[in-house]
Write a protein that binds this ligand. Sequence first.
Ligand code: ATP
Ligand code: MG
Length: 422
Amino acid sequence: MAIKAIKGMNDILPGDIETWQFLEQKVREVFGTYGFNEIRTPVVEKTELFCRSIGETTDIVEKEMYTFNDKSENSLTLRPEGTAPAMRAFIQHKLHNLDPVNKLYYMGPMFRYERPQKGRYRQFHQIGAEVIGVENPMIDAQVLAMLHHYFCAIGIDAVELQVNSLGCPDCRPNYRKFLVEFLESRLETLCGDCQRRYQTNPLRVLDCKVPGCKAATLKAPAVLDHLCGACEEHFTAVKSHLDTLEIPYVLNARMVRGLDYYVRTTFELVTDQLGSQSAVAAGGRYDGLVESLDGPALPGIGFAIGIERLVLMKGGEKVQASRPDIFFAAMGEAAAEKSFILMSQLQRAGIHAEMDYHGRSLKSQMRRANKLAARYTLILGDQELESGEAELKNMDQSSQEKVQLNDLAALIARLTAQAVLT
Ligand code: ATP
Ligand code: MG
């Protein structure tokens, strides 16, 4: 039997790739205007990096990681997310010495062993952005403004920005006490995982997707009501900056996020168009993370967007593949040879040129030109070779004009003028 791809890991084929390229190109355009630079890290890291940063008792580390030993018995993990690797690279290369403020973005595959379904895969792709070195709440608002800008640029507006504050190591212990007390009073209704982790990591219970846990925690105390003075002030400033920039948002005091490193501002972009896979993007502040990975004590904030979910939201909206500027239809071997040479010369000049390689009838060659949506066709036969002249047919306007086969410059000028116009 022919070999198939691994369950939950998808091929991205021509026809769909144009949407991906469009989404990626907009990242470079939009993120570039906000001063972000791309970073690329390996897809495999030491397992310890993720255990220490994401947190031992999170779903990702407990259940979802692709972890294996290499031939030297090192425990390695396919990255389940991009922030920890980016911080590892930031620390390793001392990027803070080059610039006190670092704005980084990345795009690439992530791996989580989850149950595959629509919008949830085992290899999926994220677009992520991180800012390291700024505590000012203006940067929280800037990052959210950039996210909002990006969604406008790609034409997706059916999303709601939800924001929350998770407090900091100063206010969290106090809140935690209230939460653990609350959970204790409802222990029997919680799932096995939550009964086990409610004391070590009570915030995880609020993020649990099991319906019983969701119902039991409906009235749980919210971190938002237990912020310390500094966190309260920070969050008030973030909201006020968002208002100034006219970025629409709603408060969601129940949002806790699935990774332990988040503090203060957290956010999600949610949609009702993808069933239970409602989060399209998510992120927040991670002020202690760099230091906890043995780097300098610098604050950070970032987000990750799930590309597959964007593609699903773009739905049937196909982004047009590149149209050939010219298609050569050749009758006979000599004409095919001349077409081949002309096509190659045009391609070198940056013009998208195509021909038929099968020596078929003129009718089927024209059918192919139409299928490829070529802007022009040039029909070459013995007569054209002899006169050195041929008809250049404009396929959009059904008009024709004569061109000299040896005046390549004129032909290029003709084709480029048209390409710019359309
Ligand atoms: P979810 O609640 O859907 O499991 P998450 O909180 O685990 O999402 P994050 O770790 O915050 O997600 O990742 C950021 C984004 O990456 C998500 O908002 C989503 O769009 C996307 N994403 C996460 N896991 C997957 C997956 N298995 N398949 C496809 N996209 C994913
Ligand atoms: Mg998840």
